[in-house]
Design a protein around this ligand. Structure first.
Ligand SMILES: [Fe+2]
Length: 405
């Protein structure tokens, strides 16, 4: 023990002595809790009240190990040129050795998460571009995933043998434990957004990936990169796309995952038609017209971890401020406007992307002449399952309403 070595020096205070001991105990992978390092015991987020509710970072040397996602917006006008560039480079390199020749993509990183490949604490997001002929070979993994299609047309995903032809606004789910492969047979490049609960599964140390499709499925198809199409495009809609009717002639378990949606392909045209048909409704003061993508068998979220929704805001519509204990990812499918998140204003147009951190006040405003449509992905499903989901709305007089759903 070497707390005080020189009697001529001013004796360290008890708090300093305790903290100095940490230089020794660190070698033992142990840490002494003291008054001096107490910020480490506080949560990162301290609600400071006020209009923004942006919270406050913990201070002190231990804060260096704390990370918290930040509100952020990725402008499509800034990301798209790089998608074009990587597409061109990959196209010109066809036949040469590239590290990855099957597809190209850009992963978004949240500025608050130290360069980790994630946009929220639970969600990874990649914007993928497939040139004509690109193929992502069949594989299966434990993280749940989805594709939100941005291109008007082009590209496909084969999920457990269901060939899903992609159109703008479609969402194709690849629940955990489903074999899937992707590609683009169309002449033009195709762009979609991949979203996965990969960071959550990494935190749980539960990520696994199997690329041994050939061995697992059929050794005779030794050259197969893709699964055979057992079900044609539209199978999900034919089976599950009629509200109130559930097929009972076939198993509704598809893939190895549990509590996941057997409906893989949700068509954008159906989502837009539904939102349009309901635009005359009053809507929710904090959300406008909002629809949830659900597991048609249970009525619950498509994954146990992630919740997917589509919402429309009519011209001039301004939602009230709302905050939720989940964090949320937003893609602007249609329209223009702005969102205020934690006291910051983010203008948005078509294809822009935003991240809303847990429990920051946010509101959306449609400043355009047409309906704005936002697609959202959040970890609300997970927080609800844990009993940790909570949301509040701010009324016009500044009072706060506990939102019960
Ligand atoms: Fe995958």
């Amino acid at each position: 023990m070497t707390v005080v070595t020189n009697p001529a020096q001013k004796k360290a205070s008890p708090a300093e002595q305790l903290d100095q001991l940490n230089t020794e105990t660190a070698k033992l992978n142990a840490w002494i809790r003291t008054q001096a390092n107490s910020p480490a015991q506080r949560p990162w987020f301290v609600d400071m009240g006020g209009e923004s509710g942006a919270g406050e970072l913990a201070k002190g040397r231990v804060a260096a190990n704390q990370m918290k996602m930040l509100a952020h917006r990725w402008r499509w006008s800034e990301i798209y040129p790089y998608l074009q560039k990587i597409s061109e480079i990959a196209g010109e390199a066809k036949g040469e050795l590239l590290e990855r020749t099957d597809r190209q993509g850009i992963l978004l990183t949240n500025p608050g998460l130290g360069g980790r490949l994630q946009i929220t604490n639970t969600i990874r997001c990649a914007i993928a571009i497939y040139n004509h002929g690109d193929v992502a070979p069949a594989h299966v993994h434990s993280p749940n995933a989805s594709r939100t299609i941005l291109s008007d047309r082009g590209g496909y995903t084969n999920v457990e043998g269901e060939r899903c032809e992609c159109r703008r606004g479609d969402i194709v789910f690849t629940p955990n434990g489903t074999w899937h492969d992707h590609g683009n047979d169309d002449p033009d490049p195709m762009i979609w957004i991949d979203m996965l609960d990969w960071p959550l599964m990494e935190y749980l140390d539960a990520v696994w990936v199997d690329q041994g499709y050939i061995a697992a499925q059929d050794a005779a198809k030794s050259n197969a990169k893709s699964q055979p199409a057992v079900h044609s495009d539209g199978h999900s809609t034919r089976m599950y796309g009629h509200g109130g009717l559930k097929p009972v002639f076939a198993p509704n378990q598809r893939g190895w995952g549990q509590n996941t949606s057997p409906m893989f392909h949700y068509k954008g045209v159906d989502v837009m038609d539904t939102l349009r048909a309901l635009r005359g409704e009053k809507g929710d003061p904090f959300e406008g017209i909002k629809m949830q993508f659900v597991n048609p068998v249970t009525g619950g979220p498509v994954f146990a971890s992630l919740d997917y929704c589509a919402q429309s805001l009519r011209p001039g519509e301004e939602t009230g401020f709302k905050r939720e204990t989940c964090s949320t990812f937003i893609v602007v499918l249609e329209g223009e406007g702005f969102s205020e998140i934690g006291g910051q204003r983010f203008d948005w147009v078509k294809n822009d992307i935003m991240a809303v951190p847990n429990f920051l006040w946010r509101r959306h405003v449609n400043t355009g002449k047409n309906d704005a449509v936002l697609y959202t992905v959040s970890d609300k499903a997970l927080l609800t399952a844990l009993g940790q989901y909570r949301s509040q709305g701010k009324n016009a007089d500044g009072s706060i309403t506990q939102i019960v759903q």
